[in-house]
Design a protein around this ligand. Structure first.
Ligand code: NZQ
Ligand code: ZN
Length: 383
């Protein structure tokens, strides 16, 4: 196992009917900006409950944070924060709202040009506004990590800072009941791939991390379809929501190698073709494993045996079967797994590879051996 630091200060407030506790969680004298997306939280009544719980505090609102939040939209929120001397941000929504709010938290007190924060990957921020979240979509783990992904110019850029961990996150599974099927499926795939990217690498004697990752994957397989077919099955939903948070809060990454190839190439697919984040991962992961079968041989075999109970046949056929079962799982949720399903044709591969090159993404995976030529092979395999 490698050396590691593990730090996660987010207070998780989990379960039914916990919104009223915002009064206890948000500092009493805070001037709050409540941020949200395109309106689902208005439509389903969550915003009203949040405002009621905040009581007599000074509360401003900023809506309209779009999926794959855009830098330009977030700058408008930064203006609101500065104008109203906001000192607490409360994100009510999915990954895009939570991520956008983290960027606002970093950009509002920053004295330089906010675009510099993206170019330098937040390395120079010294302070950030405190933030909390109310989660409405289980997927990204943003509610319990220090990352955010921002759309800027022609790309999507992941940024990290210890200052951006939410102070608390309210995770009420019932708030996710209103999600469209498609978004639930995207979220299941996202959490599944986050787990794989910290697990299907090379053996590093992280036995607890491996078994925890396998537990998350098996739970997602068990409850994924169930929660889609029975949206108000509380226990299925509660397990899904908790898996999504645990899949990307630092726990299973501690002391082991990581491979973010699917996410890295996936962000280019979203930026270029507008394909939902979760769907990009379902397209790429099977092909990545096919191309990197040798490099990941031992962990793919372990994945086949411990997650899919595949023990018969020679090693390569067990690995092939596990990759096939993974693809079938995504398809069973209604998530298509080929680029062609999203009308991306083979002649676009050149442009995708050029975008990776432009963004400096030329040495990916746990070995950094995924060059542009290997990314091209992965994309060809994903057609
Ligand atoms: O905008 P509204 O009207 O709220 O509708 C949203 C949006 O259209 C809707 N929705 C959310 N909760 C709902 C709901 N509809 C009905 N009922 C509810 N309870 O769902 C749509 C998608 O929302 P979005 O927040 O974009 O989805 P998701 O949570 O999948 O977030 C995706 C973003 O997170 C980033 C992605 O790159 C993408 O930009 N990621 C962030 C990560 C992180 N911070 O650690 C890691 C991830 O790998 C990911 O990259
Ligand atoms: Zn993701």
């Amino acid at each position: 196992m490698f050396n590691f630091d593990f730090y996660n200060p987010t207070h998780i407030v989990f379960g039914k009917d916990r919104l009223g506790e915002l009064d206890r969680l948000v500092p009493a004298k805070a001037r709050v900006l409540v941020t949200y997306g395109g309106g689902s939280v208005k439509k389903f009544g969550t915003l009203d409950k949040v405002k009621a719980a905040l009581g007599s505090r000074k509360v401003a609102e900023f809506g309209g944070i779009e999926p794959n939040p855009k830098y330009k939209t977030l700058l408008k929120a930064v203006e609101v924060v500065r104008k109203n001397n906001i000192d607490f941000l409360l994100a009510v929504g999915g990954g895009s709202v939570m991520d956008g709010t983290k960027f606002i938290a970093a950009a509002a007190p920053y004295e330089g040009e906010p675009a510099g924060l993206i170019k330098s990957r937040l390395s120079q921020i010294k302070t950030a506004i405190l933030l909390g979240t109310v989660v409405t979509l289980p997927a990204t783990g943003s509610e319990m990590n220090d990352g955010c992904v921002i759309s800027y110019e022609d790309g999507k850029f992941p940024l990290f800072s210890k200052l951006l961990f939410p102070r608390f996150s309210i995770i009420d599974p019932t708030l996710t009941y209103t999600l469209p099927r498609e978004q639930v499926a995207n979220g299941i795939v996202d959490a599944f791939i986050h787990t794989c990217e910290q697990y299907v690498t090379f053996p590093a004697e992280g036995r607890f991390q491996d078994r925890t990752a396998e537990g998350i994957l098996q739970t997602l397989i068990e409850v994924g379809k169930k929660t889609m077919d029975n949206p108000t099955d509380y226990d299925a939903r509660a397990n899904l929501v908790w898996c999504a948070a645990m899949a990307l809060n630092g726990l299973i990454a501690a002391g082991v190698p990581e491979d973010w190839t699917a996410h890295t190439i996936g962000h280019e697919l979203t930026a270029m073709f507008g394909i939902d984040h979760g769907k990009t991962l379902a397209i790429l992961q099977p092909s990545i494993w096919n191309v990197l079968k040798e490099q990941k041989h031992a962990k793919l075999l372990q994945y086949a045996e411990r997650v899919w109970n595949i023990t018969d046949g020679d090693e390569l056929s067990r690995i092939g079967l596990a990759i096939g079962k993974t693809r079938d799982f995504f398809e069973s949720l209604g998530v298509k797994t080929h680029l062609a399903d999203y009308n991306v044709t083979a002649d676009k591969i050149d442009d995708i590879v050029k975008a990776l090159e432009k963004h400096g993404l030329t040495a990916l995976s746990e070995t950094r051996g995924v060059t542009l030529a290997v990314s091209r092979q992965i994309l060809e395999g994903a057609m």
